[in-house]
Write a protein of this length. Structure first.
Length: 232
C-alpha cells in the first residue's frame, strides 16, 4: 500500500515532445551532473528581466553551441528522492523553450541566443543545453527485462505532486537499473498484465521521467509501477 503524502498539488502538464522541435518536455538532472550553462539574463540592458516571446535575445554562459546551433532551455524543477525518502536521485527539469545561438564573445565565455520557441517564460538561472530529442520505442526492447519502480518523491521549491494523464511522473529507477528512454510504463507490478499508461521520456542514472498518456487514477509518490519493453 502506498505511503500517504503530506501534501499534494496538481502536477503541471508537459507539452507534447513534438511541440518544440522534438525536444524532450522533461528530463532528469543527475545529482552529480553539471555544471550546466545558464541563462544570465536579457541581452539588452534595458530589456525586461523575464522574457517569454520568440525573438527575444538572451545571454548565456558558457556558450554551448556553435553560431546557428539550436539549444534547449530547461527550468529546474523539484528535487527527487526515493519513495522511502532516504536517497537523493537527482532533479526534474521542464522544457521552457529553445533558442538559436547568434553570437559569442571573443573569449568564448558567453553566447547570445535568440529564443525560437517558448513554452513558458524564460528567466535567469534556466539551464541551457543541447538536449536529446524525443525518442520512439527504441531497438531490441524485447531483450530488456521488466523493472519494478516506484513513483519518486518530488520535493524542494515545489510541493509533492500527483501525476495524471498528459503529465510527467518521476520514477526511482534509471539507467543504472536498466531503464531506457522509450520503454513503456505499466500500472501494475512486474509479472502482472497492467495496461500501458505511458512511456519513458528520459532516464538519468538513478531516476527517470515518464509521460503519462492515460491513468485510471492519478499516480502518487510511492505507487509501484513496471517499466518494460513496449510490444507495439
Amino acid at each position: 500500500m502506498s505511503p500517504q503524502p503530506r501534501a499534494l498539488a496538481p502536477s503541471q502538464p508537459v507539452q507534447q515532445a513534438a511541440g518544440d522541435g522534438g525536444r524532450l518536455p522533461a528530463v532528469v538532472l543527475d545529482a552529480d551532473a553539471g555544471p550546466f550553462a545558464e541563462v544570465l539574463g536579457p541581452a539588452a540592458a534595458r530589456a525586461a528581466a523575464r522574457l517569454s516571446g520568440a525573438g527575444q535575445a538572451v545571454r548565456i554562459a558558457p556558450a554551448v553551441a556553435a553560431d546557428g546551433g539550436l539549444v534547449a532551455i530547461y527550468r529546474p524543477g523539484p528535487m527527487l528522492r526515493s519513495a522511502d525518502g532516504r536517497a537523493d536521485l537527482g532533479r526534474m527539469a521542464f522544457l521552457a523553450g529553445s533558442a538559436r545561438i547568434v553570437g559569442r564573445d571573443e573569449h568564448g565565455k558567453w553566447g547570445e541566443a535568440v529564443i525560437v520557441n517558448s513554452n513558458r517564460e524564460v528567466a535567469a538561472g534556466d539551464i541551457v543545453m543541447a538536449a536529446p530529442a524525443a525518442v520512439g520505442a527504441g531497438k531490441n526492447q524485447n531483450a530488456v527485462r521488466a523493472i519494478s519502480a516506484r513513483i519518486a518523491v518530488q520535493s524542494g521549491a515545489k510541493r509533492m505532486r500527483l501525476a495524471g494523464a498528459h503529465q510527467a511522473a518521476a520514477l526511482d529507477r534509471g539507467t543504472a537499473d536498466g531503464v531506457r528512454a522509450g520503454m513503456c510504463l505499466r500500472a501494475a507490478r512486474c509479472g502482472g498484465h497492467g495496461a500501458v499508461i505511458g512511456r519513458i521520456l528520459h532516464a538519468g542514472q538513478r531516476a527517470s521521467v515518464a509521460q503519462v498518456a492515460r491513468a485510471a487514477a492519478p499516480l502518487e509518490w510511492g505507487d509501484e509501477v513496471c517499466v518494460a519493453a513496449c510490444l507495439d
